[in-house]
Write a protein that binds this ligand. Structure first.
Ligand code: LMR
Length: 330
């Protein structure tokens, strides 16, 4: 990567902290990294930029990673297809967006399966969790380089939600996940799958009444501006598959591949260490910006658990009981 002057870099950052700023030298292989989140404090933004910075420095002259955040290159309905076509080489989609490729990732979506992110990280390090990284390699050529945690999810809506029945009759945006759809149905509400980039507009215009997401997404996408409040439900995990294609990996020399995957591994470990702090920072940012957060009593929380946990049963034969047990017991 060319050395960009500090002044130019600061100018670019000031203009848009969410624009790809790598300038690649002739002869360097350009590696496009597309993702859908934005802002400067989002865990995926931080991890993607850190990965690009390290590759561009440590593999200078060979590879040059360009990051395209905020759905500027591909939105989440197109990015997996773009990877298959070789139009992009790196992605970090939510694990909830692989329903067309595998049922097994539904395990990450089961409500209340992970107590917290530490529990989810423990699962990703088990043999079952590691095996899921390459689950889609044989038939789709997708290869997971690591799991990036984003946070636990919380419901926001146009009115306070303290118990699941408060959501009755409302419409909620969900990711393209069958588990999420059934979970919303269990609350007596209707799910509507929608691309991430469309959520703010849909909440603003009332196309949907609510949504579920992490503090980092609720803050950086400003969902709190167009919702009455967010409830500390902590009901589900949001994590990403930092991924590439086996075609791209195989096209690298063995030495370059080893260096590339080593950097990917180190950035993954580092990103997962800082994600809890990023989530707390963005929770505080929401409050500072005037967003309201509802906390739950233990009895109210138990109502959410009782309403949503039966969804596990509906997906047991698709996901596999052994996998569910491995995740729950990690
Ligand atoms: C969503 O669609 O809500 C999230 O998956 C977006 C993201 O990548 O964090």
């Amino acid at each position: 990567m060319k050395k960009i002057s500090l002044a130019l870099t600061s100018l670019a950052l000031a203009l848009s902290a969410t624009t790809a700023i790598a300038a690649c030298d002739p002869g360097e292989r350009v590696v496009k990294f597309s993702h859908v989140t934005g802002g400067t404090t989002h865990p995926k933004v931080v991890a993607a930029n850190s990965f690009a910075e390290r590759v561009n420095k440590e593999m200078n002259g060979k590879l040059c990673v360009e990051v395209f955040p905020n759905s500027t290159l591909f939105g989440d309905s197109k990015e997996l297809e773009a990877l298959l076509l070789g139009d992009v080489q790196l992605l970090a989609p939510s694990l909830s967006k692989f329903g067309s490729y595998t049922d097994k990732y539904g395990v990450f979506d089961l409500p209340f399966i992970f107590k917290d992110m530490d529990h989810a990280i423990r699962f990703t390090k088990t043999k079952e969790g590691k095996a899921l990284l390459t689950e889609m390699d044989d038939y789709a050529g997708f290869v997971g380089l690591g799991y990036w945690m984003s946070g636990m999810k919380y419901f926001s809506a146009k009115k306070p939600l303290l118990v699941p029945s408060d959501a009755k009759g409302m419409k909620f945006r969900v990711q393209t996940s069958d588990v999420a759809k059934q979970m919303i149905a269990a609350m007596g509400a209707s799910p509507q799958a929608m691309a991430f980039s469309e959520v703010y507009g849909a909440l603003q215009t009332g196309v949907v009444d609510g949504q579920e997401n992490t503090w980092s997404n609720i803050y950086t996408q400003k969902f709190y501006e167009v919702q009455d409040s967010t409830t500390d439900t902590n009901h589900q995990l949001l994590a990403y598959l930092f991924m590439t294609s086996s075609e791209f990996l195989k096209s690298l020399s063995p030495e370059d591949r080893a260096q590339f995957t080593q950097i990917a591994d180190e950035v993954t470990q580092e990103a997962n260490l800082s994600v809890k702090a990023a989530e707390e920072e963005n929770r505080q940012n929401i409050i500072k910006a005037g967003g309201k957060i509802n906390t739950l009593t233990p009895a109210q929380r138990q109502e959410w658990v009782n309403t949503m946990k039966p969804v596990w049963q509906q997906f047991e034969s698709y996901i596999g009981k052994d996998l569910i047990d491995a995740a729950a017991g990690a």
